[in-house]
Design a protein around this ligand. Structure first.
Ligand SMILES: [Zn+2]
Length: 438
């Protein structure tokens, strides 16, 4: 049992002062404001927030950061570079890269990640002896780095609408929806891994298989890339006569357990559908900036009833505070006004919204019964000094994170990960990954 004390902490009702937080066996058992610190309390600096959820990650994309900007291009040319990397990664290289990628996330305050996992098989699509060896690498990576993982094992069955898988995509595919389901059924959940499901997109799963995958996922988190690019909408309209959102709702794939990722190019009807079905929406602003996707209608989706979360997706930057702030900043650019979403809305997307999306309805709260996750953010750095703590989410970034606790265990203290030099880990893992790709 450990008791932490914070001068200020973000409780379910908002910021509170002089908060003692006691954990036992990885869960908070008591959180009380208005208490003085006692001898033996672990005193935390700055402002304490609940642990962040990174609701959308492709761990291996971290190796692309800072390497795709020379030749311009589009989402589709970026994808070719991602395929070149995906073509050769071995399970060992995948583990090293994911461990370092997740350690960087923990440094940024992430205590749970949703891994949208589609790099399943050996080159050419040949199953490994253990057909889930790549998923097992992610399990180990998350445990080593000190965060929980929701493995969103992804059905990726076609290379485009009515097109066969080819090249690197062969590694992503299973023979059909039943083969995907049988493989996923063999992944065992444990205290740090939740098994969820994903539909890569309406481009990569045949229409007839969508209801099967939705049924298999029933009750578990189900994620899907939705309308990130205009071309996806154009192809869906040309082939099915309806938008990707309509395709998914007709297949029974939307609802409170589902999270639509990106949701950029939506009609008014799509927004109403996502809201009325209480589908979650995960926004990934740094990716949407980097790939020129466009501005998602986050505030309109929230107003319609969709629960927002955020993700760092391809990890062009790993700063979930900045992702949350960007949701509001995108609204300001799109609508030429300020304060569309409040700081509390943004903290909710970063915490409760994200953990719910990953299947944990108790996570993301500093409250008795919740996982004992917390993030202490310094208020005396060059970025945060002088700011109103209640508006911290709009100014602080990952460099201001001092302490991170996941499941009652200190993973980061004084801005350093217990694993050591995460920059060195990343450099070594990324060099090795590109050595293989050469
Ligand atoms: Zn993605």
């Amino acid at each position: 049992m450990t008791t932490y004390w914070a001068a200020q902490a973000w409780l379910p009702d908002g910021l509170a002062s002089d908060v003692r937080l006691t954990e036992s066996c990885g869960r908070f058992v008591d959180v009380t404001p208005g208490r003085s610190p006692e001898p033996g309390d672990h005193r935390l600096p700055g402002v304490v927030l609940p642990g962040f959820a990174n609701a959308h990650s492709h761990a291996f994309h971290r190796a692309l950061r800072g390497r795709t900007h020379a030749d311009g291009g589009t989402f589709w040319t970026w994808r070719e570079q991602m395929y070149a990397l995906a073509a050769t990664l071995t399970p060992d290289a995948y583990l090293d890269l994911a461990r370092a990628t997740y350690a960087e996330m923990v440094l940024a305050g992430v205590t749970a990640v949703g891994e949208f996992h589609y790099l399943h098989h050996a080159p050419g699509g040949v199953p490994y002896d253990d057909p889930n060896v790549m998923a097992e690498a992610l399990r180990t990576a998350a445990r080593d780095a000190g965060l929980r993982i929701t493995l969103l094992d992804t059905a990726y069955l076609t290379g485009g609408i009515d097109a066969p898988l080819q090249g690197a995509q062969l590694r992503f595919g299973d023979a059909d929806a039943d083969a995907w389901a049988a493989r996923v059924a063999a992944i065992r959940p444990d205290e740090t891994l939740t098994v969820g499901a994903a539909i890569h997109s309406v481009r990569a799963v045949p229409l007839d298989d969508l209801p099967r995958i939705a049924a298999h996922a029933s009750g578990r988190p189900l994620h899907v890339h939705l309308s990130e690019q205009r071309l996806e909408n154009a192809q869906a309209l040309a082939t099915f006569g309806v938008t990707p959102t309509r395709v998914l709702v007709d297949a029974g794939a939307l609802g409170p357990a589902t999270t639509a990722v990106h949701a950029v190019h939506l009609t008014e009807e799509d927004i109403a559908t996502l809201g009325s079905t209480r589908t979650g929406v995960c926004l990934c602003p740094s990716t949407e900036q980097d790939l020129g996707d466009g501005l998602a209608p986050g505030a309109a989706l929230s107003a319609a009833g969709a629960r927002l979360s955020v993700g760092s997706d391809q990890h062009v930057r790993t700063d979930l505070l900045a992702e949350a702030a960007s949701v509001e900043l995108h609204e300001r650019i799109a609508g030429e006004t300020r304060g569309v979403l409040t700081p509390a809305d943004l903290v909710a997307a970063l915490t409760t919204g994200g953990h719910s999306s990953l299947g944990d309805r108790t996570g993301g709260r500093l409250a008795a019964g919740a996982p004992a996750d917390l993030v202490a953010i310094r208020m005396d750095t060059p970025r945060t000094a002088g700011a109103d703590p209640a508006q911290l989410v709009l100014v602080a970034g990952s460099a201001d994170v001092d302490t991170v606790v996941t499941d009652g265990v200190v993973r980061v203290e004084g801005g350093r990960h217990v694993l050591g030099d995460v920059g060195a880990m990343l450099g070594t893992a990324i060099r090795a990954a590109w050595e293989e790709a050469r």
